[in-house]
Write a protein that binds this ligand. Structure first.
Ligand code: TYD
Length: 145
C-alpha cells in the first residue's frame, strides 16, 4: 500500500453539551487548513455513485452529518477498501491522489466535505487508467529518491 493510501483514516470527534454538538477546527482536528466546504445531499443521490476521481492537490475530510453513505478507495493495483459513514461525529480523511467513490447514499444522507483547496477542475483525474499511470510513476519516483 503506498503512503497516500496508508494515510487514509477514520476520524472520531467528541460530542459536547451531553451530545448533539460537534466542533471541527482546521489544522487541529483535521490535518489541513479548510478552504472550501461542499455538501452532497438529496434523494437524487440514492443509487448513484459520486466521486470516481483522484485529486492531484486536494485532500478531503468527509462527514455524513445526517444519514449514511459508503466511501470506497481503489489503489493503482486495484485494491479496494470500503468505509461506512453513518454517524455525525465520524469522518474519513482522504489524502491527495487517493481514488475515491461515494455510494449507497441513504435518502436522508447529507455528506459534508471539507477540503484544503479552492475548486479547480484541472487538478482532477477522472480516468482510472490515467490515475493508475500517474500514481505508479509517483510511487516509483518516491522509491528512487
Ligand atoms: P464532481 O466533482 O463530479 O462531484 P462528485 O465528486 O460529488 O461526484 O462535480 C460535480 C459538478 O459540480 C461538476 O460540474 C463540477 C461542480 N463542482 C463545483 O463547481 N465546485 C465544487 O466544489 C465541486 C466539488 C464540484
Amino acid at each position: 500500500m503506498n503512503k497516500y493510501y496508508s494515510a487514509v483514516r477514520m476520524l472520531s470527534f467528541p460530542e459536547f453539551n451531553n451530545g448533539g454538538f460537534i466542533e471541527v477546527e482546521g489544522l487541529r482536528d483535521i490535518p489541513f487548513e479548510i478552504k472550501r466546504i461542499f455538501y452532497i445531499f438529496g434523494k437524487g443521490n440514492v443509487g448513484s455513485v459520486r466521486g470516481k476521481h483522484s485529486n492531484r492537490k486536494s485532500e478531503f475530510v468527509l462527514f455524513n452529518v445526517n444519514g449514511k453513505s459508503k466511501v470506497k478507495t481503489i489503489d493503482e493495483d486495484d485494491n479496494e477498501v470500503v468505509y461506512e459513514l453513518n454517524k455525525p461525529n465520524q469522518a474519513i480523511y482522504l489524502p491527495k491522489m487517493v481514488w475515491k467513490e461515494m455510494y449507497d447514499f441513504s435518502e436522508d444522507s447529507v455528506l459534508m466535505v471539507l477540503t484544503n483547496e479552492y475548486y479547480d477542475p484541472d487538478e482532477y483525474i477522472r480516468d482510472f487508467e490515467e490515475f493508475r499511470v500517474e500514481m505508479k510513476k509517483m510511487v516509483m519516483e518516491e522509491e528512487n529518491s
